[in-house]
Ligand binder design. Sequence first.
Ligand SMILES: Cc1cc2nc3c(=O)[nH]c(=O)nc-3n(C[C@H](O)[C@H](O)[C@H](O)COP(=O)(O)O)c2cc1C
Length: 404
Amino acid sequence: MATAELAGKHLVLGMTGGIACYKIAELTRLLTKAGATVQVVMTEAATQFITPVTMQALSGRPVYTSQWDGRVPNNMAHIDLSREADAIVIAPASTDFLAKLAHGMADDLLSTLCVARDCPLLVVPAMNRQMWQNPATQRNVTQLRADGLQVLGPDSGPQACGEVGDGRMLEAAATYEAIASFFSPKILAGRRVLLTAGPTFEPLDPVRGITNRSSGKMGFALARAAQQAGAEVHLVAGPVALETPWGVFREDVQTAQQMHDAVMRSVADADIFIGVAAVADWRADHASEHKIKKTAERTLPTFTFVENPDILATVAKLPHPPFAVGFAAESGDLEVHGEEKRARKNVPLLIGNLGPLTFGLDDNEVILFEASGATKLPRADKQTLARTLIAEIAKRLPEPSPIR
Ligand SMILES: Cc1cc2nc3c(=O)[nH]c(=O)nc-3n(C[C@H](O)[C@H](O)[C@H](O)COP(=O)(O)O)c2cc1C
């Protein structure tokens, strides 16, 4: 999550009666941490699962549970609360509440303010698998989508009742991601983005190998930002322990050759290729099949190396290449090496990391190299920087070609 990613956004967070109410405590924390203001409204059933006191403490605002609440000066909370909101999010959304929404019912504060709203409505269903599969629920969800509501999830897996299947609420972090994505401008709508991220691992024997200090954070942040900008995102990741960004298709690889092969399999479909991975330039010519042991004579092992394929240059050389973007981490003279590398790899845009110490850090400072010159971007956390870079890439994209 970027600092203050939802700054200035005001959400009505409507809670209905389900076990997943416990997840909303964490969701509220994530939303407020991202700068959003959150007005919680609970159905009577929701207050049986978590108290308004907890939700007030976490949101920093008094909670509304009744339409007869006199705290709103004109006594019309059902109108006033939604007028201030950028969106209403119903989480968890019970079977009952989905049915009420689908039929335009208005018999309590939350349902009435949904009917009276003039802002987008997002629902995050949470229920037992049979309740979800019930034809009436499915009819209601179809109706809600047709009415223009955003239905986030549900997830699949073990449920509070002990059964396993579809219907459980998205985790708080995934719900947060879906909400943040909803608010992002869709500057890459309809575009397909292929990215590489992380280090590669070149084996020397079954237990040892050569890798590098790339954490994958910048590439994963770019994948997330591209997804939020409306793109279909395919992320080819080297060995990193990072969570896959919400809505992103991830393919794990180890070696540079595997990364190259994965990219080549998918590049024909891509409008944009962003090579963020720190790909090993060389690999051991012959990795040992067995673990190399110390010998009595203490003979040191020797390796010869061969060059790995240059993924970025190969992509750029294709007859119909996607808009190809490279990354460079240099240990000095970035201004000289960055432009030289861009021209040599023949890509329209190369992003140079300022300073060699960005590996693993949460923020970064970069220079954009392109034929028309170099532009330095201000230092920012990697999520914020990723959004800026996606906007910079979107600005430079050619119109979609009919032959691609
Ligand atoms: C322990 C317990 C757990 C429940 N969990 C859910 C649930 O996860 N999803 C759901 O749709 N209903 C669940 N229900 C049923 C709802 O609470 C019930 O339908 C209620 O009328 C919903 O009211 P509301 O939509 O006004 O909040 C549960 C009920 C109980 C007693």
